[in-house]
Write a protein that binds this ligand. Structure first.
Ligand code: CP
Length: 308
């Protein structure tokens, strides 16, 4: 029977913090948890939640996941704790390590997350930064595995901004050997460091493609994925980005150019009829709400592999 393994890295800041075997293990463990073939108990364990940005799925899935594991969460809202006052991260991290067993953090700068991890003696989890959203990518690949059984011959096309969600998909895709195509306008490429790291993992340039024409990018794709064009904190770029991303909407016409059995994913929240049409979200190809549910199962699996 599958049992949680302890990850080699203390923290989960990036998809790069997993080996291929660890990534596959977390996804399979989550599948077992979802199918009720595995019950885990971590009584009295406490997960601290620091969210500098809004969240529905990540926050609630961590809260419910911890509750199902028999533990609890503490909401360390920056506006009601001393975090909002600007207490140094190195002080907060050391103090919270004395109370909590793990800490999940959503913040802007990835370097702040790394600073927490440096000073915390307990595992720190990336609940989204400007650079990555690795918990999301695990739920995405669980959803893909549920539909296609394995990752062989799966082609995932991400259509939109080369952002944090795209970065974690690229890295997780590289670990799992999935062909990932990023369809983005010329000025919105993924971070070159992420591309370099992914190509090192793939050991090939062929499985990661950057394409600027969505129509070409979806040909032969099994998975179409998108995210909002303007992320949290980019509200002032919205008007410009809406213009730049003209033609990058997943609509029924674009979907019809992908494989017949293609599924559609979106990490949510969506701006309907901007990056994806209402019709596609509600279509039979959409697995968007299974994907959202899978955040919960993956969080349980991940927590169980990080709890010390
Ligand atoms: N996908 C995602 O991270 O959703 P939330 O912003 O609601 O957590």
């Amino acid at each position: 029977m599958i049992k949680p393994i302890k990850l080699a890295q203390k923290d989960f800041l990036s998809s790069l913090d997993m080996s291929t075997e660890e990534c596959t293990h977390i996804i399979d463990l989550a599948k077992n948890i979802k199918n009720n073939s595995l019950n885990l108990e971590y009584e009295n364990k406490v997960l601290g939640l620091i969210f500098d940005k809004s969240s529905t799925r990540t926050r609630v899935s961590f809260q419910v996941a911890m509750s199902r594991l028999g533990g609890t969460t503490i909401d360390l809202n920056p506006t009601t704790s001393q975090i909002g006052r600007g207490e140094p991260i190195k002080d907060t991290a050391r103090v919270l390590s004395r109370y909590c067993d793990l800490i999940a953090i959503r913040t802007f700068n990835h370097s702040d997350l790394e600073e927490y991890a440096k000073w915390s003696t307990k595992p720190v989890i990336n609940a989204l930064t400007d650079l990555e959203h690795p918990c999301q990518a695990l739920a995405d690949f669980l959803t893909i595995k549920e539909v296609f059984q394995d990752f062989r011959n799966v082609v995932l096309t991400f259509i939109g901004d080369g952002n944090n969600v795209a970065h974690s998909l690229i890295l997780c895709g590289a670990l799992l050997g999935v062909e990932v195509r990023i369809a983005c306008p010329k000025g919105f490429l993924p971070n070159p460091f992420i591309i370099k790291k992914a190509r090192e993992i793939y050991k090939s340039d062929d499985l990661l493609k950057i394409i600027h024409d969505p129509q070409t990018a979806v040909k032969g794709a099994n998975v179409l994925y998108t995210d909002v064009w303007s992320s949290m904190g980019e509200e002032n770029q919205k008007e410009n980005k809406d213009k730049e991303f003209n033609g990058f909407t997943i609509d029924t016409d674009l979907l019809s150019k992908a494989n017949k059995d293609a599924i559609v994913l979106h990490c949510l929240p969506a701006y309907r009829n901007k990056e994806i049409t209402d019709e596609v979200i509600e279509s039979k190809n959409s697995r968007i709400f299974d994907q959202a549910e899978n955040r919960l199962h993956v969080q349980q699996a991940l927590l169980s592999c990080l709890i010390q």
